[in-house]
Every structure is written in structure tokens, then in C-alpha cells.
Design a protein around this ligand. Structure first.
Ligand code: URA
Length: 243
């Protein structure tokens, strides 16, 4: 079905309608190899190839989904104004314009999903659907019973009280401890700030699970495509219908 070019771009999850208009006016959009700088054009996204900044814009037919084991030292944005390495540098063969679903701090490692499916991305990031994310944090000392209780029940951060979390100590020895924490919110640096609120600095942080997905079989810095069943499961978690 034909639609205005700016609408097609925004529906692909790439940008707001207004930002898509700006992209067109700036000459960043090509249709079948020809730059289009006028806003009125209508196209059928199934019939033409649309590129933004030289990358193919995928229609619903060509959604791609990857699970990455992000190493430390990479930012999880699609581009970085300070020229730092981004997670996309680890996926050079991917032709589609993909985005991380949520973020991991530069110094956090572990499970990161990437896709060009804006609909799924919005659903998974929406607080209403409470998608569970599990992290393992390395601390300099173990948590007291009182600190564990506080983390489980909710700690006061500058942006409000955290929702109840699952927290358990995995290992504890003099001078080090490993703690597993599962949260369903996605606030900025949330896990580090939660531990900080109970007096512990996080020395290392790794996300080990997202919804039902784990890092099993994916080496650090590596990635794999999600299976159809996994994508379907994510759609259910995100309260959406595939397609
Ligand atoms: N919480 C953090 O503190 N950092 C992350 O990268 C993710 C969750």
C-alpha cells in the first residue's frame, strides 16, 4: 500500500514523522537509488527500495533481530557524537539499519537485543509490560540482610522509588561478592544506582538475561539471530501481535 515517504520512515521506527521530513529535505533519503528531497511523494514500501543515509530501510517483511553479548568499552547507541566505538561496529555484516533495544552502559557487558522492528522495540521498552532483565553485579563486599531487603522492596533514587526486585547473593568471600538482581524497569544506570543507594559500588556489571533469553552459546563480542519462536515470545511479552 502506498504511503507518504516520511510516514514509511517513521513507521519503520527510525525517526518521528517530523524528523523523517527533515531527513528527506536534507537529501539523506533515496528511493530506488534516486535521492528524493520533496515531501509529497507516495510509495509502496513493498515495491521500492528506500535507503536512509545509504542503509536500506526495511519493511515489515524484512525485520531482523539479533542477540549480542556486548563487551565493555562499546556504547550502545547507533552512533556516537564523540566517535567512540558503538555496538554496531560489532555487526559490520548487517545491512539493515538496526538499533539496540534499550541501553547498556559503556562499561556494562552482556545481553543486548538489536532490531529494525520499531513496533517491537517500543513495546519491550514500555514500562507497562514489565519485561524482566537479570544482571550479575560484582561488589567489593557482601550485602547485609537489611541491604538485601531494601533492594528487594525498593530503594529511593533521585527519580523515585524502585519497583520490587528479585535479589540474591550468588557468591561471597572476603573482599568480593557476586549478586544477581532482576528488575523490570529500565531507568538510566538503574542497577548501579540501586546498589549505590545501599552503600555498595558496582565493580562490574553484566546483563545475563532479557525476558526468556540468555547469553548461552554467544561468546563475548559475538551475536546470533533470534529464532522465530523467540521473536514470537518477545511479541507476547511486549503485548503486541507480530506483523
Ligand atoms: N543498570 C545499570 O546500572 N547499567 C546498565 O547498563 C544497565 C542497567
Amino acid at each position: 500500500m502506498e504511503a507518504r515517504l516520511q510516514k514509511i520512515i517513521s513507521q519503520a521506527g527510525l525517526a518521528s514523522r517530523r524528523a523523517a521530513e527533515a531527513m528527506i529535505l536534507e537529501g539523506r533519503v533515496e528511493v530506488n537509488g534516486t535521492v528524493v528531497t520533496e515531501l509529497g511523494g507516495k510509495f509502496d514500501p513493498e515495491q521500492v527500495e528506500i535507503k536512509v543515509d545509504g542503509k536500506v530501510l526495511s519493511s515489515a517483511k524484512a525485520h531482523v533481530y539479533y542477540l549480542m553479548n556486548k563487551p565493555k568499552g562499546y556504547v550502545s547507541t547507533a552512533s556516537d557524537e564523540r566517535g567512540r566505538r558503538t555496538v554496531l561496529d560489532l555487526l559490520p555484516e548487517v545491512q539493515e539499519r538496526i538499533y539496540p533495544i534499550g541501553r547498556l552502559d559503556m562499561n556494562t557487558e552482556g545481553l543486548l537485543l538489536l532490531t529494525n522492528d520499531g513496533e517491537l522495540m517500543n513495546g519491550l521498552l514500555h514500562p507497562r509490560y514489565e519485561v524482566q532483565k537479570t544482571y550479575v553485579a560484582r561488589l567489593a563486599k557482601g550485602l547485609s540482610a537489611q541491604e538485601l531487603r531494601l533492594l528487594r522492596e525498593g530503594v529511593q533514587l533521585e527519580d523515585g522509588l524502585t519497583a520490587p526486585a528479585k535479589v540474591r547473593t550468588l557468591t561471597e568471600e572476603p573482599g568480593r561478592a557476586k549478586v544477581e538482581i532482576t528488575i523490570h524497569e529500565g531507568r538510566n544506570r538503574q542497577v548501579r544506582r540501586m546498589f549505590q543507594a545501599v552503600g555498595h559500588e558496582v565493580l562490574a556489571l553484566k546483563r545475563v538475561a532479557f525476558a526468556c533469553l540468555t547469553l548461552e552459546g554467544v561468546r563475548r563480542g559475538g551475536h546470533r539471530a533470534l529464532t522465530e519462536a523467540e521473536v514470537k515470545m518477545l511479541y507476547e511479552k511486549a503485548g503486541r501481535q507480530p506483523g
